[in-house]
Write a protein that binds this ligand. Sequence first.
Ligand code: SF4
Length: 416
Amino acid sequence: MTRRISKEVVLGDDKCGYVRIGGNAPVTVQSMTSVATHDIFKCIQEIEKLQDAGADIVRVAVPEKKDTEALKEIIKATKVPIVADVHFHFQRALEAISAGVHKIRLNPGNINDHNQVKEVINACKLKNIPIRIGVNEGSIIERRDKKKRAEELNIFFADKKHGHLIALMIAKLEEYLELFDSCDFEDIVISAKSMDAPVVIDIYKEIASRFDYPLHLGVTHAGTRETGGIRSIAALGSLLSQGIGETIRISYASDPIEEVIDGVELLCALGLKERRKPELIACPTCGRIQVDLFTLVEEVKKLIMDEINLPMKVAVMGCVVNGPGEAEGADVAVFAGNKRGIIYVQGAKVANVPETKILSTLLSECKKLEFRVNNGETSLGEKTIAIKPPDPIGELGSGIESIKKGLVEKITVRKT
Ligand code: SF4
C-alpha cells in the first residue's frame, strides 16, 4: 500500500531510545496508562506491561501537580517515550517539560488563553519536544461561552449529517495551527477523534489532504473491547489501508493492554508491522468439530503467546475435511477429530494423540521447532512436505478414500 508522506517528528532520549512518527517511519502503536500517575510504582509497572505488549509510546495523565512531580522518577525507570496528557492547566505542561517528558498532548481549546499555549509551545521548542494537537469531537464545542455552544450544537443537531461537525473540527484545527505557526513551531502531530467510525474516516481523510503533519489515529469513547474493537478496526483499518495514519491508539473502556494487543495485531494484519509473536490460525468451526475446539483454540492461543517468541504460524483445525487446505501456510498444525488430534510440523505428521494430550504435544512441537529455527537448522515457512489431509484409517476411524467418495458427512457426524 502507498503511504501518505508526512513530516516527521522524533521523540525520546538516549536512555529510552528514539521513536519516529511520520516520514518513512513504520506506524507506531501507543496507549495510555489507567492508574494515577502519582502512584509511581503502579504507573511504572503498567508502562512496562504496555511496552512488553508492544506499545512504542505510552501516554500518562497529569491532572495535578503531584502527577507531574512523579514524572521524573517514572521517566528514569522506564524505557519507552512518555507523553504527558494535558488538559486545562498549561502549568502541567510546563512542569512535565521540566521533568523531561518526551511529548505533550494538548488541546489548545481547553487552555485559558493563547499566550499560555504559546508559553507551552516555546518551552517545547527549546527542548525539541513534539506536541500532539488533539481536537476531539467532544472538546471542539466551545465550553465557556454558553450562547456560542448552543449555536454550535444547534448547527450540529439541525443536520444529522456529520458535515457540520467536520467543518467545526477543521476550523478549530486551522485556528490552533495558526497559533503554532506564529511561534514557528512544526514539531506537530495531529489527532481529530470521534466516537463515530465514518466521522473518523472522513475527518482524517480531510486533514490528510490539507496538512502534511503526521496523524495520530483513534476512535474516542469507543466503548468496551467488543464494540470498541469493531469501531476502531473499521475506522483505523480503512484509513491505514488508504495509506493514512502514522501512529495509532485503539481506545477501550478496559485494560489498556488490550488496546496495545489489538493495535499491534491490526498493524501486523495489514502488513504494516513485523510480527514477533506467533500467529494463530483457527478454523471457523462447523457441525463437524469433534473436540471442544473453542476451549482448545483459547488455550493454544494463550500458551503459544506466553511461551513462543517467534512469528510461527500455528493452525488449530476442527476436522480433516477442509482443515488441510486452511492450514496450508502453517508451521505447526493440529487436525482434530473423534476426540483425537493429529499434529503436523512443517507439513510432516509427527503425532496422533488423544484430546487430553493435544495441548501439551502441540506446545512441545512448537518449542522444538522454535529451538531448530533459533539454531539455524530450519526457518519458518519452510515445509519438508506439503500438508496433505491425514488419512484417518486407524487414526480417526474413517478414511481418506471415504472422504473422496463424498461420505465424509456420514463419517464425521457427531455421535450423540
Ligand atoms: S476445518 Fe472442519 S470443523 Fe473446521 S470449519 Fe472446516 S469443515 Fe468445519
